[in-house]
Design a protein around this ligand. Structure first.
Ligand SMILES: Nc1ncnc2c1ncn2[C@@H]1O[C@H](COP(=O)(O)OP(=O)(O)OP(=O)(O)O)[C@@H](O)[C@H]1O
Length: 263
């Protein structure tokens, strides 16, 4: 379980996260919603070690993980997805997946000279794992395609695939649906549900698309002005007066987001 206690992240005098407290249960898929500027991404970045908190505490299975670096959290199985870095865009999708686990033997000169056979075995295993991931995500046909040339939605799938190359326990996904067509969004949603049910992944997903949140989440948390405003099922959240007010208060576009109308 991840427990966030009274977390703050300020930028100068501005309180992007302003005393947020929440729990993420193991094996759950939590949808994190809230109007634009609510502090969702900042909260993610603090939990995943990308930003240091101003104050507050984050624990994982009782262990204090506050302020640990993304690298350390990665090895504990907590990760957030990142866009494919520009330098990797000329590599194929398979190669992008094979790059994920750090510390392969091939990385040192010593091993290059003395461990050719082991490196070849490792590479074979990585390649097989990458192909298994692509198959799981139903995108085996992209194996040889350059990552820079696939669609935005396919990139999101590849980002999700990278979490499968390590033993991820908790994955934070930020706006998986932005600019992704409905068919691919369904594929991403199905992959999230299958990873949760078949491989016991825990997910926390930021998304403005309420249909998507409704489809995948078993628990929804709504943030506004850096705080947790309400928790419950999507239906409960949508009916919550404070939530409606928070969305209304930040403009019509945000209200439409809550109702699931096209924006
Ligand atoms: N590095 C930064 N420096 C200053 N202000 C920041 C910084 N990062 C975020 N903010 C501010 O903090 C607030 C919360 O931003 P954040 O991106 O966390 O919100 P969000 O809920 O993810 O919004 P959205 O749904 O629009 O992506 C915003 O007002 C934003 O402008």
């Amino acid at each position: 379980m991840i427990e966030v206690q009274d977390l703050h992240r300020h930028f100068g005098g501005f309180r992007a996260v302003d005393g947020a407290s929440l729990r993420i249960e193991p094996g759950s898929i939590t949808g994190l919603i809230g109007p634009n500027g609510a502090g969702k991404t900042t909260l993610f970045n603090v939990i995943a070690g990308v930003l240091k908190p101003t104050s507050g505490r984050v624990t994982m299975a009782g262990e204090d993980i506050t302020g640990l670096s993304p690298h350390v959290l990665f090895h504990k199985g907590l990760l957030r997805t990142f866009q494919i870095a520009h330098e990797f865009s000329s590599m194929t999708c398979r190669e992008n997946l094979m790059m994920v686990p750090g510390g392969q033997s091939g990385e040192t000169l010593w091993n290059t000279w003395f461990g050719r056979k082991r490196i070849a075995n490792e590479e074979r295993a990585l390649r097989a794992k990458a192909d298994e991931v692509l198959e799981f995500l139903t995108v085996s046909h992209l194996a040889e395609q350059r990552a820079g040339q696939i669609s935005g939605g396919q990139k999101k799938l590849l980002e999700l695939g990278r979490t499968m190359m390590v033993d991820a326990k908790i994955v934070f996904l930020d706006e998986v649906g932005a600019g992704v067509n409905r068919t691919l969004l369904n594929t991403i949603g199905d992959a999230i549900i299958r990873l949760n049910q078949e491989r016991n992944y825990t997910f926390v997903v930021i998304e403005h698309d309420m249909d998507f949140i409704g489809k995948i989440s078993d628990h929804v948390i709504c943030m506004a002005e850096g705080k947790v405003l309400a928790e419950g099922s999507l239906a409960e959240i949508k009916a919550n007066e404070q939530v409606i007010e928070a969305y209304l208060g930040t403009g019509l576009k945000n209200k439409d987001q809550l109702e699931g109308a096209p924006t």
